[in-house]
Design a binder for this molecule. Structure first.
Ligand code: ZN
Ligand code: ZN
Length: 559
């Protein structure tokens, strides 16, 4: 490396050599003097995140909001472009004004959004910057995000911070949706439509976003906007909404009835036709709705079909088991898994406190929810919220599994496995009593044809039961292993396994601060007391914060 004692002051400022800079300033260099590119020393220190140097230059009279460089920007603008949050905080402490516009007309918040530095944007909003403050062209940060950023994060972030979707710019009177359509930004258009942006707002030329989608020849945007327009027209009329909902259901019931009543003997043909009729309705939340439908069929089949077959004692046991299944399923779906909530004021305070303590990083602050994450909490992108001690988002119940409903989920899995076992036993007993099957003589295909001929409906139920029993057994075993032997959630186990692969000498997963031993893990998880025999550990995971802002398992958003 060169000997810094011979460097000029610009190079010494860029590399943060405080002693050399002090030497030159003491020798008479004016800290306000710009170089030949019209850039001051404070700009060079700010863009390179030299905190000590900035402090020194300001103490020597440097002007904090000095404009300079090609884009006529302040040192604050330079620090924001580079994403240096500590420098932004320091400059604002020294009085830097975030509402000053640079040569392109952008203010501080606009730049933070354009360069996608969400932590800085959060800090600026918490410090009181208007989320809908216009730049010199009258554009709000949301319009810029919709127009210039491909990807959903900045648009999502601004919508969550209550940015207006109906604001218009000064020049063309375009709304953020006009901007997204003109830029062909499908992600942003989707978020804006979800947030209620109008598809019929007209700009200065009388063009709606739909007109602009035609102009930019985007079939996808045209389809999206027209569909939203139709849906909104329908949902505007309460009467039409009710008719529409029942029209779909009624036509389905009629079609299902017609197919079942068909003269054809082929159950294969009927099955395919039924799948065509019912299938499209289950496209959304496929797993959850298929499980709900399966539970319904298994339940009704078990109660009706086997009622004459099982002994009465077994009937009672089966009914109890099936009732427990329904109960725990509903408890899993309906119980709050431990969503972390905060008021708008609390969110702003969180950002300010964490930023000024130098802890504004994604392991501690969730930039989607703007909350300080408790220990073991994770952000769920399906629920769009942070969940305390989150295990995973279950596709089967279409809900998050977290601190408050995890034990219901385990009991639900257990009931499902038991019900499955009952049903498999019932099916085999029914076939051996009612169907003349001889595997040795008929072979595999012959036995299968015999089963189809004997009771095709029961065979369908059997396949359904095998499918649900298989996944629930595997999930239950994995969950019990994690809970009892490791004391970890699925997210934590995945993270730790991931990190272990990078280590030369892997450490056992069992060596973690949450593992209390098999018995105590189970006692605490299910809150077992057994008349005072056990003392479970009671922890409210929505309120547990790691001292010193450290995270136990490193970056948890990797999963
Ligand atoms: Zn979150
Ligand atoms: Zn979720």
């Amino acid at each position: 490396m060169d000997d810094s004692s011979s460097w000029d002051i610009v190079k010494a400022s860029q590399f943060g050599i405080l002693e050399r800079c002090k030497e030159l300033v003491e020798a008479g260099y004016d800290v306000r003097q710009p170089d030949k590119e019209n850039v001051t020393l404070l700009h060079w220190a700010a863009i390179n995140n030299r905190l000590e140097l900035v402090k020194y230059y300001i103490s020597k009279g440097a002007i904090v909001d000095q404009l300079g460089g090609d884009l006529n920007s302040t040192p604050l603008h330079w620090a924001i472009r580079q994403g240096h949050l500590p420098m932004v905080i320091q400059l604002m402490r020294y009085g830097a004004d975030p509402s000053v516009a640079d040569g392109e007309g952008y203010r501080a918040l606009h730049l933070a959004i354009l360069f996608q530095h969400m932590a800085i944007a959060a800090y600026l909003i918490a410090k009181g910057q208007e989320v809908d403050g216009p730049d010199c062209n009258g554009q709000t940060p949301l319009m810029l995000a919709a127009q210039k950023i491909i990807g959903p994060e900045p648009t999502n972030f601004l919508i969550k911070n209550n940015a207006s979707v109906s604001a218009v710019d000064k020049v063309n009177r375009n709304t953020p949706l006009h901007c997204a359509v003109l830029a062909g930004n499908v992600d942003a258009a989707h978020i804006l439509l979800e947030a209620g942006a109008s598809v019929e707002a007209e700009n200065i030329n009388g063009h709606t976003p739909i007109d602009l989608a035609h102009q930019v020849h985007s079939p996808l945007l045209m389809h999206m906007l027209n569909q939203v327009k139709r849906e909104r027209l329908r949902s505007n009329s309460r009467c039409l909404r009710v008719v529409n909902r029942y029209r779909v259901r009624l036509s389905q019931i009629t079609r299902v009835g017609a197919i079942v009543d068909m003269n054809s003997e082929s159950w294969l043909l009927k099955g395919i036709l039924l799948a065509c009729v019912i299938g499209p309705d289950f496209q959304s939340n496929l797993q959850a709705s298929s499980l709900m439908a399966s539970i319904f069929w298994i339940f009704s089949e078990g109660v009706c079909f086997f009622s004459s077959f099982f002994f009465s004692f077994l009937q009672v046991l089966f009914t109890l088991n099936a009732t427990a299944l329904l109960y725990y399923y509903l408890r899993t779906c309906r119980t709050d898994p431990g969503f972390i909530r905060a008021t708008e004021e609390e969110k702003k305070m969180n950002v300010l406190v964490l930023a000024e303590a130098g802890c504004l990083d994604p392991r501690i602050l969730c930039t989607s929810c703007m909350i300080k994450k408790p220990m073991r909490a994770n952000h769920c992108f399906s629920c769009d919220a942070c969940v305390a001690k989150q295990d995973h988002h279950s596709i089967w119940t279409n809900s998050c599994i977290g601190a408050r409903n995890h034990h219901y989920f385990i009991l639900f899995l257990f009931s499902l496995v038991l019900t499955g076992a009952w049903m498999l036993y019932g099916c085999v007993m029914y076939w051996s009593a009612h169907c003349m099957l001889r595997y040795e003589e008929q072979g595999l295909w012959g036995t299968f044809s015999g089963l189809v001929g004997c009771s095709p409906w029961l065979l369908c139920i059997f396949i359904l039961v095998v499918y649900h029993t298989s996944w629930s057994t595997l999930t239950l075993l994995l969950q019990l292993y994690q809970i009892a032997f490791l004391g970890l959630t699925t997210v934590e186990r995945t993270n730790l396994t991931h990190r272990q692969r990078k280590l030369r000498q892997p450490v056992s997963l069992r060596q973690n601060p949450f593992n209390l031993g098999v018995v105590r893990n189970l006692v605490s998880f299910f809150q077992l007391r057994c008349c005072g025999l056990f003392k479970p550990v009671i922890i409210d995971w929505t309120q547990q914060f790691q001292p010193g802002h450290q995270h136990v398992f490193g970056h948890t958003d990797m999963v």
